[in-house]
Design a protein around this ligand. Structure first.
Ligand code: ADP
Ligand code: MG
Length: 468
C-alpha cells in the first residue's frame, strides 16, 4: 500500500478545513485585513487535532497572534473541535530575511506549537505585550517629554507627581507603545506590583458582562486592587455614562492610595467633549503630555531600528525614500516595512528600489481608500437595507427606518472623524444626544448578537469598497 495514501486516510484534508476557517474569519475582519494577513497562510496538514500551517515569516505570526489571537482560536475550536491546536512553520525562503537567533541553529522548519499566553506570577493576566519596551521606543522632539515622564514613573510608580499620567496624540504615534513600556518596566523592576493594561473597550465590555452576571462589586474590587492601572484610548468612555461612573470611583480610590494611573486618549483632557466634567478635571491632576508626529530624522531612525529588528538589510537610500514619502505616523512606517518584507518574501525577491517604490505607492493608495464620509456610509446602508435615503433624514419613526438611521450614525462615528454634532446634522438636524443614544443602542445589540456583528463587518467592507 502506498504509505502516503494510508497517511491521507488517517487525516482530514487540511485545505478543506482551512477553507472553512477562512470563511468564518472573513466574516469577522475587513477585506483588507483578510487579504493581507489570512490569505497568505497555507494549510499543510491536520492530524491529532493540530492544524499545521505555513506562514511567510516569524514576524507575520507575531502580528496575527497579537491582533487576531482570539479570532483564530475561536475559529479553529469551532471548525476542528475544542482541543484544536495550531502549529506553524516558516516558509524557508522568507525565513532568510528573519533574524536566525529566534529559532536556534537549524530550526527553520521546526514546528512551533502555539501554547496559551504566558502567565505572570499573579493570578491574573496583565495583558502587557513584552514587545513594547523603552529600548525600542525611539526618542525624538515629538515624544521627548512624554518619554521622560514615562521613565520617571517606571522608576517610582505612584510616587511622582505624574499621577495620573495622561498621554494624548494622534493615531499611530506611539501612545500604546509608551504606556505598555511603562508597564513592562515596572513588572521587571517591581515583580510584586500588580500591573494591568487594558483598552477602554475591553474595560467597558467586561463591565457590561459584570452587570449582567451580578458581579459589579467583584469587578470593581479587582481593579481597585491594582498598583498600576493602565487604560488605553479613554476617549471611548464618551457616551458611556455608567462606565464613567464606575471608573470615577475606581480612579478616586486608586489615587487616594497613591497607586499609579496611566491613561491615553486621542485628544487632550480638555478636548474630551461629552466626558463627565469631574473626570476631565481629575485627568488634569497629574501630568498631561502630548505626542507629536515624528520629524524626518526620527522617522529614519525608527525605520532603521525596525528594519534591524526584522532582520532586513535595507540601504540608507531606501530608508530615506520611505521616510520622506510616509510622513503621517509611525504605524504606517512600520506597515510599509512589513509590506515590503511580505512582498519580498512571498515572491522570494530581493528588496530593490523598484519593490520599495511600488509598496510606498500601494500604501498611498490604501490611504485614499479611506475616503469615507457620512454620505457614502448612509448610501451603502440604505442600499443594503433597501430604504430610500431621504427617509433617513426626515422625521419618520418607522422601525426599519430608525434601524437604518441608527446603524448609519454608529458607522459614521466609527469610520469618520466627524463629531457627534456633525453626524446629527447630517441626519435631519438631530442633536448630538440622539447620536449618542443611537450609538449606544447599536453597541448594545452588537455585544449581544453575533449575526448583527457580522452584519456590521459586512457593511464596513462594502463602505470601504464603495469609497475607493
Ligand atoms: P498609538 O497607540 O498612538 O496609536 P502605537 O503605540 O500603537 O500608536 O504605535 C504604532 C506602532 O508604531 C507600534 O508598532 C509602535 O511600536 C511603533 N512606534 C510608535 N512610536 C514609536 C517610537 N517612538 N519608536 C519606535 N516605534 C514606535
Ligand atoms: Mg493605541
Amino acid at each position: 500500500m502506498n504509505p502516503e495514501l494510508f497517511e491521507e486516510s488517517n487525516t482530514l484534508d487540511p485545505s478543506i478545513i482551512w477553507k472553512n476557517c477562512l470563511r468564518k474569519i472573513k466574516e469577522n475582519v475587513t477585506l483588507m485585513t483578510y487579504n493581507t494577513w489570512f490569505l497568505p497562510i497555507k494549510p499543510l496538514q491536520l492530524s491529532n487535532n493540530t492544524l499545521k500551517i505555513e506562514i511567510p515569516s516569524h514576524f507575520f505570526w507575531e502580528w496575527i497572534d497579537e491582533h487576531y489571537n482570539l479570532l483564530i482560536n475561536n475559529t479553529i475550536a469551532e471548525v476542528i473541535g475544542p482541543d484544536a491546536k495550531l502549529s506553524y512553520i516558516i516558509n524557508k525562503v522568507s525565513n532568510q530575511l528573519e533574524p536566525q537567533s529566534d529559532y536556534g541553529g537549524n530550526g527553520k522548519n521546526k514546528d512551533n506549537i502555539i501554547t496559551g499566553k504566558q502567565k505572570v506570577k499573579h493570578n491574573f493576566e496583565s495583558y502587557l505585550n513584552s514587545r513594547y519596551t523603552f529600548e525600542d521606543f525611539i526618542t525624538g522632539e515629538g515624544n521627548q517629554l512624554a518619554r521622560a515622564a514615562a521613565v520617571a514613573i517606571s522608576d517610582n510608580p505612584g510616587g511622582t507627581s505624574f499621577n495620573p499620567f495622561f498621554v494624548y496624540g494622534g493615531v499611530g504615534l506611539g501612545k500604546t507603545h509608551l504606556i505598555q513600556a511603562i508597564g513592562n518596566e515596572i513588572v521587571k523592576k517591581f515583580p510584586d506590583k500588580r500591573v494591568i493594561y487594558l483598552s477602554t473597550d475591553i474595560f467597558t465590555v467586561e463591565f457590561v458582562e459584570a452587570i449582567q452576571s451580578n458581579r459589579v462589586n467583584e469587578f470593581s474590587n479587582f481593579y481597585r486592587s491594582m498598583d498600576v492601572l493602565i487604560i488605553d484610548d479613554i476617549q471611548f468612555l464618551v457616551g458611556k455614562e455608567k462606565t464613567q461612573d464606575l471608573f470615577f470611583h475606581i480612579f478616586n480610590m486608586l489615587h487616594q492610595l497613591k497607586k499609579q494611573i496611566i491613561l491615553t486618549s486621542d485628544k487632550s483632557p480638555k478636548a474630551l467633549k461629552g466626558l463627565n466634567e469631574r473626570l476631565i478635571s481629575r485627568f488634569q491632576w497629574g501630568l498631561s503630555a502630548d505626542i507629536q508626529p515624528p520629524e524626518l530624522e526620527t522617522r529614519i531612525a525608527i525605520l532603521k531600528r525596525k528594519a534591524d529588528t526584522y532582520g532586513m538589510s535595507i540601504s540608507r537610500e531606501i530608508l530615506d525614500y520611505i521616510a520622506v514619502n510616509i510622513t503621517s505616523n509611525i504605524r504606517e512606517l512600520e506597515g510599509c516595512l512589513i509590506k515590503i518584507l511580505a512582498n519580498a518574501s512571498l515572491s522570494s525577491k530581493e528588496i530593490t528600489f523598484e519593490l520599495v517604490k511600488k509598496t510606498v505607492n500601494e500604501i498611498a493608495t490604501d490611504r485614499k481608500i479611506i475616503n469615507i464620509n457620512i454620505e457614502s456610509i448612509t448610501k451603502t446602508v440604505c442600499e443594503y437595507l433597501n430604504i430610500t435615503e431621504n427617509k433617513i433624514r426626515d422625521k419618520t419613526r418607522k422601525k426599519e427606518v430608525v434601524y437604518a438611521r441608527q446603524l448609519s450614525m454608529f458607522l459614521s462615528k466609527e469610520m469618520t472623524n466627524s463629531s457627534l454634532k456633525t453626524i446629527g446634522l447630517h441626519f435631519g438636524g438631530r442633536d448630538h444626544s440622539t447620536v449618542v443614544h443611537a450609538c449606544a443602542a447599536v453597541e448594545n445589540k452588537k455585544n449581544q448578537n453575533s449575526s448583527f456583528r457580522t452584519l456590521i463587518i459586512e457593511l464596513k467592507n462594502k463602505i470601504e469598497l464603495s469609497s475607493t
